[in-house]
Design a protein around this ligand. Structure first.
Ligand code: ZN
Length: 281
């Protein structure tokens, strides 16, 4: 019998409340989002070919129906690490609920639906050659690089936008000698969305971050961390979760990744290049 897991919550950017239902799908069908609030309940596949440009989150769109779904990255990171292959996530709104602002919310849902199959993470093609995405913006290096490797690993370097604050590095290694899923659940999934105190008003004017509460973010200011953080390097850990989710849009592959100051746009560019290199599966 297939388990169905359900949850409700407010979305991070639109502030719209949504209900989600997660269940297994036919083998080979991949990860599908189904917009149950739209006529005909259109589905949107979790694929790099369906990414649309967004600030602050990753959104997918199905050109055939025009249906979109926003802020998919935390759910996809969880699917990537926990080995979810085929599932349907029904949602009755334009953006996934934020939960606690971290991937932990989705870990619970995936486990309730019985979809976590850690063994299948290791059966993935190896990246054939290095890929680098650079950004000209500003005078501080912004880049993401992927190198061929036997095991999958990713490192994220978070550079606070305030002078004098220490650089943070977060790592995820999925090797034969590590329990990557357990590591993710304990060390990365609880990390909440970073937000900058000085930027919140500007974001809200732009119609973003409308559903954000203090409990869902690790807030950073020129004076340092605001409120209680879950980890001293929580922003780097969360940005690494975002990276894993965005990369999963290219499918699973084996590579060593290093990302410095990158965001969803850079992650998607890299995922696109990797996807093309692996034959556009
Ligand atoms: Zn995020």
């Amino acid at each position: 019998m297939t388990a169905v897991a359900e949850a409700s919550g407010v979305a991070l950017h639109t502030g719209v409340a949504a209900h989600v239902r997660l269940r297994a799908a036919r083998p080979g069908s991949g990860i599908l989002f189904v917009r149950t609030d739209l006529p005909g309940s259109p589905s949107i596949p979790a694929s790099i070919t369906h990414v649309i440009p967004e600030r602050r989150s990753t959104a997918l769109s199905d050109p055939a129906t025009g249906a979109t779904i926003r802020t998919v990255e935390h759910f996809l990171a969880t699917c990537f690490v926990l080995g979810v292959q085929d599932c349907i996530l029904e949602v009755d709104g334009p953006e996934l609920p934020a939960g606690d602002g971290a991937a932990l919310y989705w870990v619970d849902l995936v486990r309730q639906a019985g979809l976590d199959v850690p063994a299948c993470r290791y059966d993935a093609p190896k990246l054939p050659q290095p890929v680098v995405i650079e950004d000209e913006e500003g005078d501080v290096a912004t880049f993401i690089a992927a190198f061929p490797a036997d095991e999958f690993s990713a490192y994220y370097v978070f550079v606070p936008p305030y002078p004098g604050q220490a650089v943070q590095v977060a790592a995820y290694v999925d090797g034969s000698s590590t329990d990557a899923a357990d590591f993710f659940v304990r060390n990365l999934a609880p990390a909440r969305t970073p937000a900058f105190l000085e930027e919140i008003a500007t974001l809200r004017e732009a119609g973003l971050g409308l559903g954000v509460s203090e409990e869902q973010t690790c807030l950073l200011s020129a004076a340092g961390p605001v409120g209680k953080w879950r980890f001293p390097d929580e922003p780097a850990r969360h940005k690494l979760v975002d990276l894993l989710g965005d990369l999963f849009l290219a499918g699973r592959f084996r590579a060593r990744l290093v990302a410095v100051r990158t965001g969803h746009r850079h992650n998607a560019l890299l995922a696109r290049r990797v996807w093309e290199m692996l034959g556009g599966r």
